[in-house]
Design a protein around this ligand. Structure first.
Ligand SMILES: NC(=O)c1ccc[n+]([C@@H]2O[C@H](COP(=O)([O-])OP(=O)(O)OC[C@H]3O[C@@H](n4cnc5c(N)ncnc54)[C@H](OP(=O)(O)O)[C@@H]3O)[C@@H](O)[C@H]2O)c1
Length: 217
């Protein structure tokens, strides 16, 4: 992701990558140069990145998947003093899919069974994917399910598939299906860069890609 972000940023004239932080480098020095920090590391590194960003009052875009509840709570705490955008899927298409299924769930009301199917490459270890769980959270918030146990998750690991997700609503009389396919992982870097530019204009707070695409600006 780091390489993808750097390559796509080089193609834009509104972003300069002023520093790249790697394990062992001076994190504070890297952050000092920046207007906004983008973190695509691993959960073990994220809290340190966020704590240093709070110390230097820099906004943070965090795309790290697999954060536990305590780590997410720490990010939310940081959002009281800096702008923090956290999303388990930075793709604009999945953000639109997510908003769509929320609307669909609210419009349909109860009475529909919900299924989330996801297919990823054989190297992916977690299942269901973070994105599938994010979509499931939205179905629960919109009233289509009361818990994740109510949702029929189906995960498939095949070849080098970058990431497919479908959300399917079924009743006794009809079936609706909404799908998204990633064609290149650059999609996540692209979304993170759009989010980073947007976040530099926001006050302290807790944001997601939904705010970037649908929020006031
Ligand atoms: N939200 C989204 O849309 C989205 C999309 C894709 C990926 N992701 C997430 O983004 C992250 C990166 O994905 P990736 O595919 O680029 O993984 P990756 O190729 O394994 O890269 C992870 C990077 O994080 C560094 N890192 C790991 N632990 C660290 C630590 N404790 N301190 C400092 N640096 C550390 C690694 O450095 P070393 O090389 O030194 O190990 C590596 O450069 C993952 O958490 C992934 O789940 C999110």
């Amino acid at each position: 992701m780091g390489l993808s972000i750097q390559r796509l940023a080089d193609q834009r004239n509104d972003i300069d990558v002023v520093s790249l932080w790697r394990r062992g480098d001076d994190l504070s020095a890297a952050i000092a140069e920046a207007d906004v920090v983008i973190d695509f590391s691993m959960p073990e590194a994220t809290l340190e990145v966020v704590a240093r960003s709070v110390g230097q009052r820099k906004p943070v875009v965090c795309g790290v998947s697999g954060l536990d509840e305590v780590q997410v709570a720490a990010l939310r705490g940081a959002a009281e003093s800096i702008p923090v955008l956290y999303d388990r899927n930075m793709s604009q298409g999945v953000t639109v899919l997510d908003a769509t299924i929320r609307q669909v769930a609210r419009s349909l009301g109860g009475g529909f069974n919900v299924r989330i199917e996801e297919t990823h490459h054989i190297h992916k270890k977690d299942a269901p994917s973070g994105t599938a769980l994010k979509l499931g959270d939205s179905l629960i918030e919109a009233g289509a399910a009361t818990s994740h146990d109510d949702i029929d998750y189906h995960s498939e690991r095949r070849g080098e598939v970058p990431g497919d997700h479908s959300v399917i609503f079924t009743s006794a009389t009809e079936r609706l299906e909404f799908s998204h396919s990633v064609t290149t992982r650059d999609v996540f870097a692209d979304g993170a860069l759009r989010a980073a530019v947007w976040l530099t204009r926001q006050p302290s707070g807790w944001y997601s890609m939904r705010d970037v695409l649908f929020g006031e600006d």
